[in-house]
Design a protein around this ligand. Structure first.
Ligand code: SF4
Ligand code: SF4
Ligand SMILES: [Zn+2]
Length: 273
């Protein structure tokens, strides 16, 4: 049975333990989260005026990496949209405009200056700097955002971090340990601590499985044993702010489920032949 234990959770970050699964499963989940769960990002920019120091291409590239809110219930991926139009429609394309001019002093143009046609889909942070304009410099542009996938371009990744590691396990044979504390001094995560009976552990989950403690131990064989649970993983996921973490995980599971169904259907067809 699969078990999940949430260790830490904020709006854009989650750390949890998942038990009862294996590496192929967690790796598939991680890869789908980074490369197949859609996210909204600016894909085309029409520069109407740009007298800033940044050339048009760099400006457009910067715009693409501004994380936008993502609404997977209202927008379609362009390739799946019923409009079948290369220009898109209001179900698969969002227009944002930007117009800024410096008059007397230098100004910084931020993501909050982008005006979206849909007030619910805006940059996730208004503080992202886009360009600085010196007096008499101006930019005016139209940007078109759409849903896309991280496997086509990193700007469409809904996560800024998605990692997992095995759940560590530490065993110390206190009868053989001479409490020299060499391992305590070396542990970079302060997982090992001096205790009255010899050495003990704290926050074992922080152990990076580096094995420095085992290598440093003067005893042979070392009384400290580092291992990991092959069916338990610590996941860390950080959203870029466009989609809530739970939705990213649920979308990834939905995609994985669909892949399994497609595979099974194909297999049935092969059997029938
Ligand atoms: S394996 Fe590394 S992180 Fe884990 S307890 Fe040993 S020294 Fe510390
Ligand atoms: S280095 Fe080895 S003997 Fe020394 S405290 Fe650690 S486990 Fe015990
Ligand atoms: Zn469309």
């Amino acid at each position: 049975m699969v078990e999940i234990e949430i260790l830490e959770k904020t709006k854009d970050y989650m750390r949890f333990i998942v038990k009862g699964v294996n590496v192929p499963f967690v790796n598939a989940l991680r890869r789908i989260m980074t490369s197949e769960v859609p996210a909204m990002a600016i894909d085309e920019v029409v520069i109407l005026e740009n007298s800033s120091m940044i050339n048009d291409e760099i400006l457009a590239h910067r715009m693409g990496f501004i994380p936008l809110g993502t609404d997977l219930d209202s927008y379609n991926l362009p390739e799946e949209c019923t409009c079948k139009s290369e220009f898109g429609c209001n179900l698969c394309r969002l227009t944002l405009t930007l117009e800024a001019e410096a008059t007397e002093k230098t100004i910084t143009v931020h993501s909050r200056d982008l005006k979206s046609e849909n007030p619910d889909i805006t940059p996730v942070s208004g503080k992202i700097q886009i360009v600085k304009l010196a007096p008499e410099q101006k930019i005016k542009l139209e940007a078109y955002a759409r849903l896309g996938k991280g496997k086509d371009h990193a700007k469409w990744q809904p996560v800024s971090m998605c990692t997992y590691k095995y759940l560590p396990q530490i065993k110390i044979d206190l009868e053989r340990c001479n409490a020299c504390a060499e391992c305590v001094k070396l542990c970079p995560e302060r997982v090992l601590v001096d205790i009255e009976e010899g050495i003990g552990t704290q926050n074992v989950i922080k152990c990076t499985l580096c094995m420095d403690c085992v290598d440093a131990c003067p005893q042979n064989p070392p009384p400290i044993e580092i291992s990991w649970n092959k069916e338990a993983f610590v996941f860390r996921i950080e959203s870029n702010g466009g989609l809530p973490i739970e939705r990213i995980v649920l979308e990834a599971l939905k995609i994985l489920n669909q892949k399994i169904k497609d595979f099974s259907n194909q297999l049935k067809k092969v059997k029938k032949k």
